[in-house]
Structure formats: structure tokens, C-alpha cells
Write a protein that binds this ligand. Structure first.
Ligand code: SAH
Length: 218
């Protein structure tokens, strides 16, 4: 265990006090070194339950939101997962602990490259990182049992719905550019989606063909 192990245990305690119950999720959080995924200058804040800046105007999401998303995914260890919005790669690492294969797409090349480097340094071997528009999914590896979108979108991008396996779970923040609701959609045998809203959240916007239009600020 590195010197941050005590801080990680504290974060696990805090998340469990805030209602995270899934032991596999709590174990992943106790094992993944979040401090390696944030810029060095704010490493001392890595185990606070808050979102932090990671460069390029993007953020690493709040641990509680990531833990809750992971709980909703109900991973079995045999799943093929698509993540849209790699960002720092931290959530990718959590997913990789709980799933069989993780495919992750990031639109900002510098973030994808940094995430690749830290993920390989932490020893994860079941992750593939693609630079591109994740609203299009990653057709070559579809269908996915779980798709997690880490950026805000006005509605579920159609390609992601298509690339979700029957019985698969799509987890995404739906709303406007500022406020969203974390939403779980489960694909039924007839192709329809059963939708459940979970909690109010704030993510950076999903910029792409089936998300928000880009602008100079992003
Ligand atoms: N889960 C990440 C948080 C990422 S923040 C973490 O643990 O750090 C959301 C990320 O989505 C940003 O890095 C942003 O660049 C990315 N993003 C936004 N639109 C995207 C798109 N269409 N395709 C892929 N990534 C996108």
C-alpha cells in the first residue's frame, strides 16, 4: 500500500456513510490510487469527496457520483463496458477492477494520452483508450453490457442506445449544460428502454454529434 492508503480508507468510510453499499465498488475505491490521476499541484486534495480540475477545462468527477454510477452498473466481472469521457482515467480504472474489458473514448487527445500513461503505470491490462467522439460509441466492440457516460447530454445518444446489449445498462447525466439528473436506462428484449432517475448532478458537457455543439470555451 502507498502512503495514501489511509486517505483512501477515509474516503471509503465517507462514501459508505453517504449510502454507497456495493462492496466491489468500495473495494475498487480502496485500491485505485486516485492521487495519480489528478495534477500534482492538487494531489493533497485527491481523496476529498469533490470534483477537481484535470486540465483542458475538464474535471475528474466527485467520487460519490462515480461510486453511485458504478453501483448502478451492477458489474459482474464478466462485462464488456464502454465509457464515454475518459478524462483523467480514474473512473476507467475503477471500471477495470469490476469488469472484464473496458473500452473508453475521450475527445481531447492530451487527456486521452495522459490517461493511457497513468493507467498503464498502475498495471491495468483490460483497458483500450480511443481518441474520438464518444457519442458515436465504439461500434467495433459492441454490444456492451454497460455504457457509462461521464459528461452531460440533452438525451441518450442514439448510437449508444444501439450499441447497448439486451438487458444492458446505460448510465448517463441527462439535462442541460449546467444541471443534470443521473439516469439509468435498461434495454428491454423489445429494444425499448426502462428509465430511472437517480440524483441531481453537475457534469461538464458532452460535446459531439449526438451531444451538445462545441464552442470556443470547450
Ligand atoms: N470520468 C472522468 C471524468 C471526465 S469529465 C474522470 O474520472 O476523470 C468528462 C470528459 O468527457 C472530459 O474529459 C471531456 O473531454 C470528455 N468528453 C466530452 N465530450 C466527449 C465526447 N463526445 N466523446 C468523448 N469524450 C468526451
Amino acid at each position: 500500500m502507498d502512503s495514501y492508503g489511509g486517505y483512501r480508507s477515509q474516503l471509503v468510510g465517507e462514501l459508505s456513510a453517504k449510502g454507497i453499499r456495493d462492496l466491489a465498488v468500495l473495494r475498487a475505491i480502496s485500491e485505485v490510487p486516485r492521487h495519480l490521476f489528478v495534477p500534482e499541484s492538487i494531489r493533497h486534495r485527491a481523496y476529498q469527496d469533490s470534483a477537481l480540475p484535470i486540465g483542458g477545462g475538464q474535471t475528474i468527477s466527485q467520487p460519490w457520483v462515480q461510486a453511485r454510477s458504478l453501483e448502478l452498473a451492477k458489474l459482474t466481472g464478466r462485462d464488456r463496458v464502454l465509457e464515454v469521457g475518459t478524462g483523467s482515467g480514474y473512473q476507467t480504472a475503477l471500471l477495470a477492477q469490476c469488469a472484464d474489458q473496458v473500452f473508453t473514448v475521450e475527445r481531447i487527445p492530451a487527456l486521452a494520452q495522459a490517461a493511457r500513461a497513468v493507467l498503464s503505470a498502475t498495471g491495468a491490462r483490460n483497458i483500450s483508450v480511443l481518441v474520438g467522439d464518444g457519442t458515436l460509441g465504439w461500434r467495433a466492440y459492441a454490444p456492451f453490457e454497460v455504457i457509462i457516460v461521464a459528461a452531460a447530454t440533452p438525451e441518450a445518444p442514439q448510437p449508444l442506445v444501439e450499441q447497448l446489449a439486451t438487458g444492458g445498462r446505460l448510465i448517463l447525466p441527462i439535462g442541460d449544460r449546467v444541471n443534470q439528473v443521473l439516469t439509468l436506462m435498461v434495454k428491454q428484449p423489445d429494444g425499448s428502454l426502462v428509465t430511472r432517475t437517480v440524483s441531481d448532478v453537475r457534469f461538464v458537457p458532452l460535446i459531439g454529434q449526438f451531444g451538445f455543439a462545441g464552442d470556443l470555451a470547450t
